[in-house]
Write a protein that binds this ligand. Structure first.
Ligand code: AHG
Ligand code: MN
Ligand code: MN
Length: 336
């Protein structure tokens, strides 16, 4: 039997197809892979730390124990800064973008945007969480400090995007605009192996995912679509199953594989939507489209075409199997 392909080998083989490639993107992926392993290790200790660190909140180095989303942010930021191939980052955990001005980073061509720990409220209860990342080529001249415009690019400009899911196993799923591939982590060897080559989402599915507690506050079109999902019609496999973890990465990952729709619409509680365009919606939308799915913010509004206006911008988000997105769009068109 052929040895399984590792993530490192896969990236190297892909790079070899582009003789003009500088290897910078490969280095960024090495950084992401390293930080992912460290976060994996830490997440797997969640719960244990409370026992072993019960004496107080100060760890052996005399530092206060950090929340895991802050920990993840620091690890990904440090790993990216260390390789000299990223000129700056923006993160859900940072108020402003961060400019890397040390060493080769000043001449680097790429910026990385991330949600270091998505679904972090699930950590305490041993439910899957993730890291989401998005990579763009800078617009500002190389050698100068990055600018806000480097980060406020429409999602269709993404060079690569992906997520790490820390679940029953840890996986990295990513795209560079040439399909989606998934790699499963073997912690005993410290290596990600290609386990899900060329991931394609089913054209339709039987899962709908939404925080239905907000039902009364949703737009009429979303309410009507939820009712449609619940109707009894065996010819279209309805009623659909309702599945909602409350961690976007995990909900999306399941629907990507099984077929389904995920919705975080506007509501009276979140008039702009809740999810962040730059750190959550754009990377997930890029992956969805690359896997044959669709991602919209509303009627005729493709997520990847939205021109961001600010770093932490929120948008309504509907993503999933293409026929299901078309259907909900019909409801939005008719009922608003
Ligand atoms: P984060 O942990 O990065 O703040 O993201 C939480 C997000 C997303 O992962 C999830 O789908 C959504 O918030 C859940 O929100 P509700 O609890 O409002 O359903
Ligand atoms: Mn998140
Ligand atoms: Mn987060």
């Amino acid at each position: 039997m052929k040895n399984p392909t590792t993530l490192g080998e896969f990236i190297f083989e892909c790079q070899a197809e582009y003789p003009e490639a500088t290897g910078a993107l490969t280095s960024i992926f090495s950084s992401l892979r390293l930080a992912a392993k460290i976060v994996h290790r830490e997440i797997n200790k969640a719960g244990l730390v409370d026992i072993t660190g019960a004496a107080g909140e100060i760890n052996a180095q005399g530092e206060a124990q950090q929340k895991l989303d802050v920990f993840a942010n620091e690890k990904f930021k440090a790993a990216l800064a260390a390789r000299g191939v990223t000129c700056g980052i923006a993160s859900e955990e940072e108020d402003h973008y961060v400019f890397f001005d040390e060493g080769h980073n000043l001449n680097a061509e790429y910026v990385v945007l991330m949600d270091p720990l998505d679904g972090s409220s699930n950590i305490d209860v041993n439910v899957s969480v993730g890291t989401i990342f998005s990579i763009y080529r800078r617009i500002s001249p190389v050698g100068e400090p990055v600018t806000m415009d480097d980060f406020l690019q429409p999602g269709r400009n993404q060079v690569a995007a992906g997520y790490i899911i820390y679940g029953s196993s840890t996986m990295m799923v990513y795209t560079t605009g040439n399909g989606v591939n998934g790699f499963t982590y073997d912690p005993s060897v410290g290596v990600f192996y290609l386990s899900h080559p060329n991931m394609q989402t089913p054209t339709t599915g039987t899962i709908y995912s939404i925080n239905e507690g907000g039902y009364e506050r949703f737009p009429a079109g979303v309410k009507q679509y939820i009712k449609y999902c619940q109707e009894n019609d065996p010819s279209t496999h309805r009623p659909y199953s309702s599945r909602y973890i409350g961690s976007l990465v995990s909900d999306f990952h399941r629907n990507l594989i099984k077929g389904g729709i995920y919705m975080y619409p506007t509501s009276t509680s979140y008039p702009q939507g809740k999810l962040r365009l730059l750190y959550e919606c754009n990377p997930i939308a890029f992956l969805a489209e690359q896997a044959g799915g669709k991602a919209i913010a509303g009627v005729s509004t493709r997520i990847l075409d939205i021109k961001p206006e600010k770093l932490h911008q929120r948008v309504p988000f509907l993503v999933g199997s293409p026929e299901m997105i078309d259907k909900v769009e019909e409801f939005l068109r008719v009922f608003g």
